[in-house]
Design a protein around this ligand. Structure first.
Ligand code: MG
Length: 379
């Protein structure tokens, strides 16, 4: 197998200037993590090696398909080397290397840098001329020819791979200078974009939020509804509702784990993008979905939304049931939904009602969940 392009996204850092417990690459930005934007952008061009620090696993978002997680090293240079080693199995002709903390890179910039390499350059980087006056102490620094380097940087794969082998044991801050010193290959500067800035501080994150939300101009609403009947007593005394084990005298009958809560949410998400329902994506007639964890159904629907460039804004659910009682488990459910959906607790509505003993729910034959979601999309 060989591909024309592959990408390394460097996300292993633990930036000290961000000043928050949350790492900047995993910080929420308009309903998704900062990192998710780069992953969605670059998976369009071929396989993506996402280089991470495994200690950051609790922050990992849902990864789009086409993304492989690779363990980072002690330095950025080592992390890139690990990414190159991983991607070699795809035999890519070229590779882009991008910082996870630059979520706003545009397709136009990427096209320009790819074209430079496809036209025969061995190394290219996005960069912008420095506009601000530069001072060192009280001295003005001549800014003629001074460029602020951005990412992605792009390389002929065999050139950058060989450069990293030669650079082992030495220390470089970026790949363009590493390739220049080790291989004598000059880097072509491709004009970048001022909005492709690196999120370093909280105020950078606010600026990115402003830009991003001005692009997500279309709001859509989706609804979902699901019913599962009660069966005999569950072996472990619990059922799954909203991804959470809830004590129950009766199991829920269904093909997967029969989690009506997550099924209703997944259907609501699919509804916002006209992507059918979960029966279409996970047909009950297919034995591979038997007993599956419904959190995976929701993750799949979020992935389809992400492919459309959409962001989940909020979810509101109503459980219709005479039993079980979810009140005592509200906090656990809210925490679990927050993890699955990547939403803050105040964007997750959770309500329960009986049907006053009326109908099949009132007779205790089963339960139902209604869900409604809001998403925002680029238009
Ligand atoms: Mg169902």
């Amino acid at each position: 197998m060989s591909v024309t392009w592959a990408t390394i996204i460097v996300a292993a850092g633990s930036g000290q200037r961000f000043g928050s417990e949350m790492l900047k690459q995993y910080a929420p930005l308009c309903g998704k993590s900062v990192l998710s934007y780069s992953l969605e952008t670059f998976t369009k061009y071929g396989p993506v090696a996402l280089v991470v620090n495994p200690a950051h696993a609790p922050y990992f978002p849902v990864f789009a398909s086409g993304v492989s997680v690779v363990e980072g090293g002690a330095t950025r240079q080592e992390s890139v080397r690990n990414g190159l080693a991983f991607l070699s199995k795809f035999a890519p002709a070229n590779v882009m290397i991008h910082d996870a903390a630059r979520p706003l890179v545009t397709t136009d910039s990427i096209t320009r840098i790819k074209t430079a390499i496809e036209d025969g350059q061995k190394a290219a980087t996005l960069a912008l001329p420095v506009a601000d006056t530069l001072m060192r102490g009280s001295e003005t620094v001549d800014r003629t020819g001074v460029m602020a380097v951005q990412t992605p940087q792009a390389f002929n794969f065999s050139v950058i791979a060989a450069a990293h082998v030669k650079a082992a044991g030495k220390s470089y801050t970026d790949d363009a200078s590493l390739v220049r010193v080790e291989m004598g290959v000059d880097c072509t500067f491709i004009e970048g974009d001022a909005e492709n800035f690196k999120i370093t501080t909280q105020s950078d994150l606010k600026r990115a939020e402003k830009i991003m939300s001005s692009q997500l101009t279309e709001t859509r609403v989706g609804m979902g509804y699901d019913v599962h009947p009660f069966g005999e007593a569950p072996e472990d005394g619990t059922i799954k509702l909203f991804g959470t084990a809830i004590p129950s005298d009766h199991k829920l009958v269904g093909h997967s784990d029969a989690d009506a809560g997550l099924h209703a949410i997944a259907d609501a998400i699919l509804g916002t993008i006209g992507a059918g329902d979960i029966g279409l994506h996970f047909p009950p007639s297919d034995p591979q979905w038997r007993g599956m964890d419904s959190a995976d159904i929701v993750k799949k629907s979020l992935e389809l939304l992400a492919v459309k460039g959409g962001s989940l804004v909020n979810v509101d659910c109503t459980l219709l049931a005479e039993m079980p009682r979810i009140g005592p488990h509200r906090e656990a459910i809210s925490k679990r939904l927050s993890d699955i959906l990547g939403l803050p607790a105040d964007a997750i509505g959770l309500k329960a009602t009986t049907t006053e003993k009326l109908g099949y729910i009132g007779r205790g034959e089963g339960l139902a969940v209604q869900a409604i979601v809001t998403v925002r999309l680029k238009r």
